[in-house]
Design a protein. Structure first.
Length: 161
């Protein structure tokens, strides 16, 4: 548990909260289980209450992550305030979070900013083939792995079970 018995939260943000952010949050929750962290997701233009895209559900199921119960959520003040870290899929998403919630600017990062490569956006597979979703999933897994290494190296969580 985190300080005061509360879980630390990472908020993953994309556009509609149907593909990238639920895939990322689902994988992170599996990896962070029991380590004092929880992942949530939201979209800057999400219509609340929808499900994850069928392709996102399929490609995550292939790696043992079930996001079939995911329900879309719009970015909100409560989600932003409750997050220790906010991971944006694109620079545009990060700018939008900071524009709506200027107080959050210091905790907003591109999901692909923790590795050795230059920071860059994660491609949106919405409306594309399952192979495009797999490519995005694999891109996310590499980036999120770098994020977990960052948390471990900065003493924010213990990678051991």
């Amino acid at each position: 548990m985190a300080e005061g018995g509360q879980l630390k939260k990472v908020l993953v943000v994309c556009t509609g909260n149907t593909c990238r952010s639920p895939m990322a949050a689902g994988w992170l929750n599996q990896k962070l289980a029991g380590k004092g962290w929880v992942a949530e997701s939201a979209g800057v233009a999400a219509y609340p209450g929808g499900g994850a895209s069928p392709e996102a559900i399929e490609v995550m199921r292939e790696i043992g992550v079930d996001i079939s119960t995911h329900r879309t959520r719009a970015l909100s003040r409560d989600l932003v305030e409750g997050a220790r870290v906010i991971l944006a899929m694109t620079e545009r998403h990060g700018r939008e979070v900071s524009r709506r919630f200027p107080e959050a600017a210091g905790k907003v990062f591109l999901v692909k900013s923790f590795g050795a490569e230059p920071a860059r956006d994660v491609a949106d597979p919405f409306g594309l083939s399952a192979d495009a979703y797999r490519h995005t999933r694999d891109d996310l897994l590499l980036a999120l792995g770098d994020f977990l290494v960052h948390l471990a190296e900065t003493g924010q969580f213990n990678p051991e079970p």
